[in-house]
Design a protein around this ligand. Sequence first.
Ligand code: NAD
Length: 327
Amino acid sequence: MLKTALTQLFNIRVPVVQGGMQWVGYPKLVAAVSNAGGIITALSQPNPTALRQAIRETRALTDKPFGVNITLLPTINPPDYEGYARAAIEEGVKIFETAGNNPGPLIKFFKSQGCLVIHKCTTIRHAKSTEKLGVDVLSIDGFECAGHPGEDDIGGLVLLARAAKELKIPYIASGGFADGRGLAAALALGAAGINMGTRFMCTVESPIHENIKHKIVQSTEHDTIHIFRTLHNTARVFKNKVSTEVVAIEKRPGGAKFEDVRDLVSGQRGRVVYENGDPDHGIWSAGLTIGLINDIPTCQELLERMEHETEEIIGNMSSLVTPKAKL
Ligand code: NAD
């Protein structure tokens, strides 16, 4: 068994967290991952009352720990972040994943309620400032990730090696992880575990349409694209008709304003992709791990496989070290 600061702090078996995923992090998937750490995505729920219901639903499906993600990034209709936070606290949630801009007030609130907070960031600069806010675990999100990688474009290898040297609290590795080899590498880089998103989208319990799961299996690491580069809100998404059109609009002479792409990029349109299974209907997040995903296992099969792979790789690596010859 793998024992890390993450498995101990969150009382989970495998040091893997299923991070927040808009329109994917629903109770069924969260509960299925909960031998590791499942996270409900608050903003996938239309309002705080619906989030309460999702928390109750998840609790009915698992007696294992799970958390709630609140992501603070630009949105078309500003969500009631405070309402979601209060609802989750009142429902007894004890683990939160925060991400995005200006998380200070939210982190302060969760800590004042005795909760554990994982904060996701894409630079060591932000990781260090959030460390000072009292978060318990940092999630270091490399450029390989799905969704918003920030604007600094630093891959996980360098970010995690810096994290090992410079952070004082436990951190998990995010972006580019989909198998036991990745988990073993993350542990070697000093992480207490990993966060996975795209990999969990492609599981039996994932709520998205089967066509999209098969599309993920067929795709390679060349099938993602960055939108919003010119708007400084970069997002790695699946390369399809809509995302290619958005990038073409951004490249027009004189550039683009958000209003020029608003209808194309709307999350409500992206949500339909997961419901009707047409991969070209709208924007949907996908990380570079899309090139590592070749099957649709149950969450339990996936996590057991990863646990065994990781243990085997770590065990085999010890044979690389030969005792020093005596002089
Ligand atoms: P939405 O429909 O409100 O917006 C669609 C996309 O446009 C989002 O990526 C959003 O960040 C972006 N956007 C909105 N207003 C913008 C502006 N003025 N300038 C630049 N970009 C703008 O979003 P949604 O799909 O309903 O998602 C809700 C929230 O969850 C958003 O904040 C979104 O960014 C976030 N989200 C995060 C991730 C992640 O990787 N952490 C993935 C998916 C969604």
